[in-house]
Design a binder for this molecule. Structure first.
Ligand code: CP
Ligand code: NVA
Length: 313
């Protein structure tokens, strides 16, 4: 079994070219501006959504997105399906491929998403793994582009800072820097850096634009940044480490001091959920709440573009 040549997965930003990602962003803008034009784009199509981790935004934005495109989404919590009782994903992939037109999955181990995609004959979308969160970061790029009125070429050399854990968000930001050509400065404590293999790949690939640098000091990363971005100190699955992480990450926070060293009027992004007083202060969060909730809204527009592109073949 294999996927037909005209079908594609969305597991990792690195698997898509800059122009393909640019086309997704253009389509997302169109979908946001004139949603009614696409109200039957996926009529009769179904998306299965497997969740082994919790979600608010990902679940609702995909589900409402499918509905708005004339299709339907099926929520499959691991607690209430055979997935949670150990049915192999390679079997789930083959079964679901007989029923639905696409599969979205949120899970722990990235290898599971790859297995699902290998065995599914329909497109598979990564809705977050421990390694990557590509739907979120593509949305973040869309949000920056929209708010600053940028063309794709304007990302070349744009200074973007990521303050916090070298987690799935940081890893996807690295993939995005390589694709879109911005300068990404990451600040994280020693031992909490982004994926080592990904950083090694960056060192081999990045020359000119699309540079990625990792700092210990948040102020060094934030200096002159047009965009400041952060994420929780303890991700899903790391709840047992939350206490220790609060100590390790103290200081890796978006606060007034960081805003002052950034470029004038920087954008502040947060993928949510937020922990006020940890990775971001309550006052900075509220100051940027309109942008942060627009970022959350944009998940739906960007994912609708993905769904139209992947499922409509
Ligand atoms: N940002 C994000 O993916 O949110 P959820 O965990 O609520 O889906
Ligand atoms: N890094 C966070 C992102 C949540 C959207 C997590 O994995 O829990």
């Amino acid at each position: 079994m294999s996927k037909a040549d005209n079908l594609k997965d969305f597991l990792d930003l690195a698997q898509w070219s800059r122009s393909e990602l640019g086309a997704l962003l253009d389509l997302a803008a169109d979908l946001k501006a004139v949603p009614e034009k696409f109200s039957q784009a996926l009529a009769g199509k179904s998306l299965a959504m497997i969740f082994k981790k919790s979600s608010t935004r990902t679940r609702v934005s995909f589900e409402v997105g499918m509905f708005q495109l004339g299709g339907q989404a099926i929520f499959m919590s691991s607690a209430h399906t055979q997935v949670g009782r150990g049915e192999p994903l390679k079997d789930t992939a083959r079964v679901l491929s007989r029923y639905v037109d696409g599969i979205m999955i949120r899970t722990f181990d990235h290898a599971e998403v790859e297995t699902l995609a290998q065995y599914a004959t329909v497109p598979v979308i990564n809705g977050l793994t421990d390694f990557l969160h590509p739907c979120q970061v593509l949305t973040d790029i869309f949000t920056i582009k929209e708010r600053l009125g940028l063309d794709l070429g304007d990302f070349d050399g744009l200074k973007i800072a990521y303050i916090g854990d070298g987690n799935n968000m940081a890893n996807s930001w690295i993939n995005a820097a390589l694709r879109f050509g911005f300068d990404l400065k990451i600040a994280c404590p020693a031992g909490y850096e982004p994926d080592a293999a990904l950083l090694a790949q960056v060192n081999r690939q990045s020359s000119g634009s699309g540079r990625v640098a990792v700092f210990l000091d948040p102020l060094s990363a934030a200096k002159g940044a047009v965009v400041l971005n952060t994420d929780v100190w303890a991700s899903m699955g790391q709840e047992d480490e939350a206490r220790e992480r609060r100590q390790v990450f103290a200081g890796y926070q978006i606060n007034e001091k960081l805003l002052k060293i950034a470029a004038p009027d920087p954008l502040v992004l947060h993928c949510l959920p937020a922990h006020r007083g940890e990775e971001i202060t309550a006052s900075v969060f509220e100051k940027y709440q309109d942008l942060i909730f627009t970022q959350a809204e944009n998940r739906m527009h960007v994912q609708k573009a993905l769904l139209v592109t992947l499922l409509n073949r």
